[in-house]
Write a protein that binds this ligand. Structure first.
Ligand code: HEC
Length: 167
């Protein structure tokens, strides 16, 4: 029942976005619809952005530590574990109606909902790489950790390339 008006608005806002080169629609009431999970569209989008901020912050902690002469293994382990926890349900961050058509500021592209299988693959590639990074941190082998960090970063980038708006 809530899907078709959102859809119509989506097509409209896509046209508007295309027309003015990517400005954000400034409707303060956008995203007030309530989703099946009880969150408003806006709250869902913000929660997902917070999730990614947590990922970004903790990934930076790991990268920064690896650049030092004496990396702090406990800090690396803690950050990797936090990343696993923060991203556990990433697939649930994307209910229908939380894309660019919502009118809420988001970098999520419509392709997420148009190519759900590929998006799910990107999530599982990421989950796999992060799980092995997390396991590798137990070894204390900084070279192996650095390799796992690189592999994980590649899965972040692969998803961003296709499914996140370019900065
Ligand atoms: C399966 C796809 C996918 C994966 C994997 C992924 N991201 Fe993202 N990321 C996105 C999308 C889509 C957005 C835009 C979300 C929005 O604005 O609603 C985003 C947004 C972000 C943001 C901006 C958050 C904000 O609003 O300030 C950061 C930072 C980020 N991602 C970091 C990462 C890092 C670091 C990784 C890997 C450790 C990662 N992402 C993995 C899809 C992904």
């Amino acid at each position: 029942m809530l899907k078709s008006p959102i859809h119509a608005a989506g097509i409209l806002s896509l046209l508007i976005l295309a027309g003015c080169g990517g400005g954000e629609p400034a409707d303060p009431n956008a995203g007030s619809e309530v989703l099946a999970n009880g969150l408003t569209v806006k709250a869902q989008i913000e929660a997902r952005q917070d999730g990614y901020k947590t990922l970004g912050r903790n990934f930076k902690t790991i990268n920064d530590q690896l650049k030092t002469d004496a990396p702090d293994l406990a800090a690396i382990q803690g950050a990797a574990a936090t990343m696993v926890e923060a991203s556990a349900n990433m697939a649930d961050w994307y209910p229908e109606g939380t894309g660019p058509e919502s009118g809420v500021e988001t970098e999520a592209l419509a392709a997420i909902w148009e190519e759900p299988e590929d998006f799910a693959t990107k999530i599982s590639d990421f989950d796999g790489a992060l799980a092995s990074l997390n396991t590798t941190t137990a070894s204390g082998d900084f070279e192996a950790i650095a390799a796992a960090v690189k592999a994980t970063g590649a899965t972040c980038g692969a998803c961003h390339d296709k499914f996140r708006l370019d900065d």
